[in-house]
Design a binder for this molecule. Structure first.
Ligand SMILES: Cc1cc2nc3c(=O)[nH]c(=O)nc-3n(C[C@H](O)[C@H](O)[C@H](O)COP(=O)(O)O)c2cc1C
Ligand code: SF4
Length: 391
């Protein structure tokens, strides 16, 4: 697709400046990521609990469930999704795998993604200081993209990686006041801190590059959170010096999105005032839609938190998906629900039971469900091919 922006260059590959963000559980798997890659973008598979997309693996995980078995089945599911996505890209774009640091099995998921042929690993939900070690032996073939939210974190990660002789292939800068899912701030109130403003983060990061002697490396900065808007993309890429944008919600609701239609309709139809922030069980603030589950939970949160108690039996599924879990570990300041159960229910389209992550900003086509191609067309041109024909 032709456009007026500079290409995003990763590992010498020239791509459209649109990255599809990783979305768990099951929201961005092979179908969505390969559709984005076919348009020469970066499509991202979210590695968290892909078991749900494979009936045989899900059935197997219900027989004598153990943490070890759960991890093994997830590795198989991740391998299948990567193989399928790679086969469907027609050699275009890139297939990245998103791994959240907060997930207990993150190291093994990174290794599996590398072994299965992912083009890139994107890591957030915690400082990815040791991503270079996790990907040892794969640095020649696999690009590394940390997700960070402010220049201080970028400085820390760069300094640590430089000691190992590794640089990020690009940095995703995610704005906690706009993005969906887990947010890179310490508290719910902290998401609006001025230190997260994109323009400021870009300017400060360019200073960090200068101080560390990295100016000539031209590490691309990719802005995530509320960027599914042509005017915003134009400002970010043409005026601020960003190299690309990462889009989540607007891709989750596309025809190719890997979740149930009810999931897409719930996201696309949510009024802004229903999109709220709360503390996730993973110890980070998060953003989602105040549907029935979240509304009930928020009303009962204080009571549940006062009853917080460290007890391994509170991990009802026994899969211990998170390194730190407010429910299992009795952390009274954070979430008190099983996030795996709630996100999987949302993916299945169970509107009353599920937890629906969503960004704060309006979507390009309102509540309409369109294709990946139409979405990218709008993002790159401000209008779609169809509108152009009519015009
Ligand atoms: C349903 C949903 C699930 C998400 N899950 C993840 C995830 O597993 N890992 C991650 O790093 N980001 C996750 N995100 C964040 C996106 O990758 C992306 O950075 C963010 O949504 C960008 O903001 P936008 O939705 O306003 O475009 C999720 C977003 C959504 C909408
Ligand atoms: S209670 Fe749920 S969210 Fe917490 S570790 Fe267990 S499976 Fe994961």
């Amino acid at each position: 697709m032709q456009h007026d922006f500079d290409s995003l260059i990763i590992r010498g590959k020239s791509l459209i400046p649109i990255v599809q963000g990783g979305m768990g559980v099951g929201v961005s798997a092979s179908k969505l990521s390969s559709a984005v890659a076919r348009e020469n973008g970066v499509g991202t598979i979210a590695s968290v609990d892909l078991r749900h997309l494979h009936e045989d693996l899900l059935a197997e995980s219900k027989i004598n469930p153990t943490e070890e078995k759960y991890c093994k089945l997830n590795h198989i599911a991740l391998d299948r999704e990567i193989q399928k996505a790679k086969a469907d890209t027609q050699g275009k774009g890139m297939i990245a795998v998103n791994v959240m640091k907060a997930v207990k099995d993150h190291q093994a998921l990174v290794r599996q993604a590398c072994e299965s042929g992912a083009d890139a690993i994107v890591m957030g939900a915690g400082l990815p200081l040791d991503l270079p070690e996790m990907t040892e032996g794969y640095h020649k073939d696999v690009a590394l993209l940390p997700i960070l939210s402010e220049s201080r974190g970028i400085n820390i990660v760069l300094k640590r990686w430089m000691k190992k002789g590794i640089l990020p292939d690009a940095i995703v800068v995610e704005h906690p006041a706009h993005a969906a899912g887990h947010l890179g701030a310490a508290t719910v109130d902290g998401v609006n801190d001025a230190k997260f403003e994109f323009k400021r983060v870009i300017e400060e990061t360019f200073e960090v590059f200068k101080k560390l002697g990295l100016e000539s490396e031209k590490i691309p900065l990719i802005l995530a959170g509320g960027m599914a808007n042509f005017e915003k993309i134009t400002t970010a890429l043409k005026e601020w010096g960003a190299s690309a944008v990462q889009i989540g919600t607007a891709f989750a609701v596309t025809q190719e999105g890997d979740a149930h239609l009810n999931f897409k309709k719930t996201l696309a139809g949510a009024p802004t005032e229903q999109v709220v922030e709360f503390m996730s069980v993973a110890g980070l603030p998060a953003r989602g839609i105040r549907t029935k589950f979240l509304d009930n939970y928020i009303k009962r949160e204080a009571k549940l938190q006062s009853n917080a108690k460290a007890d391994p039996r509170r991990c009802t599924q026994g899969i211990n998906c998170l390194s730190v879990c407010g429910l299992r570990d009795g952390l009274e300041k954070v979430g008190q629900f099983c996030i795996d159960i709630q996100l999987a229910a949302a993916w299945r389209g169970e509107v009353d039971k599920g937890l629906f992550f969503r960004g704060k900003d309006p979507l390009p086509f309102g509540d309409a469900i369109k294709s990946v191609r139409e979405t990218i067309d709008y993002l790159l041109h401000g209008y779609t091919m169809e509108q152009r024909k009519i015009g």
